[in-house]
Design a protein around this ligand. Sequence first.
Ligand SMILES: Nc1ncnc2c1ncn2[C@@H]1O[C@H](COP(=O)(O)OP(=O)(O)OP(=O)(O)O)[C@@H](O)[C@H]1O
Length: 239
Amino acid sequence: MDDMLLQARDVAMHFGGVKALDGVDFNLRRGELRCLIGPNGAGKTTFFRCLTGTYQPTRGSILLANQSIPGRERHEIARLGIGIKTQIPSLFDGLSVHENLWLSLRTMRDGVLRERRIAEVLERVEIAHLHDKILGHLAHGQRQLVELAMIVASDPCLVLLDEPAAGMNKTEVNRLAEIIREINTTHTVVVVEHDMTFIRKIASTVTVFNRGLILTEGPVETVLSDAIVRDVYLGKSNG
Ligand SMILES: Nc1ncnc2c1ncn2[C@@H]1O[C@H](COP(=O)(O)OP(=O)(O)OP(=O)(O)O)[C@@H](O)[C@H]1O
């Protein structure tokens, strides 16, 4: 079986004169847990947006399980199996955790299966105790886990997480790292993150973006100790 899940070739995204991406080649195998790092403005979020159809790339090809992504609508790409957790949670504050999940799974017609899926995913992200809580009453870290639950519940073949640890305290970050590793036992995951402690806990392979290009890629410790990487990124951020 072809174990390549995602193949991006020469992906560029230009906004007028701004070359947010300018020729990205990126391969991802099924079952990987990959971290994307890079300084502010390197193009990481733009790359995610090209994968999910929020942006149509200026040039290049993107294949998800051999299906072409550019030119498709966002909902179509979601149906193909790309689920994304963005920096801004898309949740209903006035509804309970259960109601939010129930709505996110509205295409599942069978109510019994739907309830089972909700119960399973709440267990997986360790928030079963929040089942009846109103979203608007939850702390930031808990809300992030609810959104993660909604994405995993839809069972995508590729889970994209854009800065999932942002705004979380140390305990929450440690717990999130464990949860993401557990999710990776069944799903391919790509994480954009700035928190190096978190990256060391979850990643085996890291891809470094810089100025709209991939600077380097490799095992986490090799990449994080690379002098050029430290120069473009770690020297200006948290090492
Ligand atoms: N819609 C847009 N219009 C114009 N420029 C954009 C747009 N979206 C992104 N850019 C620019 O593209 C570049 C890459 O931005 P992007 O948000 O992808 O970087 P990033 O690596 O995700 O940064 P951060 O780590 O700060 O989130 C930046 O120079 C940004 O200003």
